[in-house]
Design a protein around this ligand. Structure first.
Ligand code: CTP
Ligand code: MG
Length: 181
């Protein structure tokens, strides 16, 4: 694979994991997952993790994976190299793992005394990669190792924080998010 192909595969393969966070921001609100419960004197997850946001995030990731799979033959034909199609389990691992990573990050934020919306550098940018990749490797093992080569993983680890910072800045400027991270 050329570098350009590696970057294209990395971006494409991660789209079902990228989109859930943004969909959750758009759809979020309503009943918090932790039901308002506290652990010690701190919330378990906080009001920023809602059932509606989480469901919308996972569904958006699954829908995008489906759309990309339908589009794959023509896009691959147009660019001249092979891009991944998503199996249902691969899509679930990526989208579900992204939301789970985000939820675990909020859990870690609350335990470390960070208020809702507080920055947690590194965790904010990579939480969903750290959970969605291992989860996908677990539930869609063969598919995972076909596409997630070491080069692709390296590009993802470099590319994701940059994309995350950029999209959150845009969401903040558009007034969709309260903080630019
Ligand atoms: N959101 C949601 N459910 C999720 C994830 C996000 O409803 N599982 C919505 C919430 O409205 C949240 C917004 O998306 O406020 C932004 O998400 P995020 O930055 O992850 O949450 P924060 O409010 O910053 O809270 P935390 O400090 O726990 O990350
Ligand atoms: Mg936040």
């Amino acid at each position: 694979m050329t570098l350009l192909e590696t970057v294209a595969v990395a971006f494409w393969v991660m789209l079902p994991a990228y989109v859930p966070n943004n969909a959750a921001v758009l759809a979020g609100g309503g009943r918090p997952i932790d039901g308002g419960r506290t652990w010690g004197d701190k919330r378990v997850l906080g009001d920023g993790k809602s059932w509606r946001g989480t469901a919308a995030g996972v569904l958006a990731g699954l829908a995008l994976a489906g759309a990309l799979t339908v589009a794959e033959p023509s896009v691959s034909g147009a660019v001249g190299f092979d891009l991944p199609e998503f199996t249902p389990l691969a899509a679930l691992g990526l989208a579900g793992g992204a939301m789970l990573g985000d939820i675990l990050a909020s859990f870690a934020k609350r335990r470390t005394g960070r208020q809702r919306g507080a920055m947690f550098p590194g965790v904010d940018q990579l939480d969903f990669v750290v959970v969605s990749l291992p989860l996908t490797a677990l539930v869609a093992t063969e598919w995972f190792f076909e596409w997630f080569t070491w080069e692709v993983i390296l590009v993802i680890v470099v590319l994701t924080p940059l994309l995350h910072v950029a999209t959150n800045m845009i969401a903040y400027k558009l007034g969709l998010k309260n903080e630019p991270w």
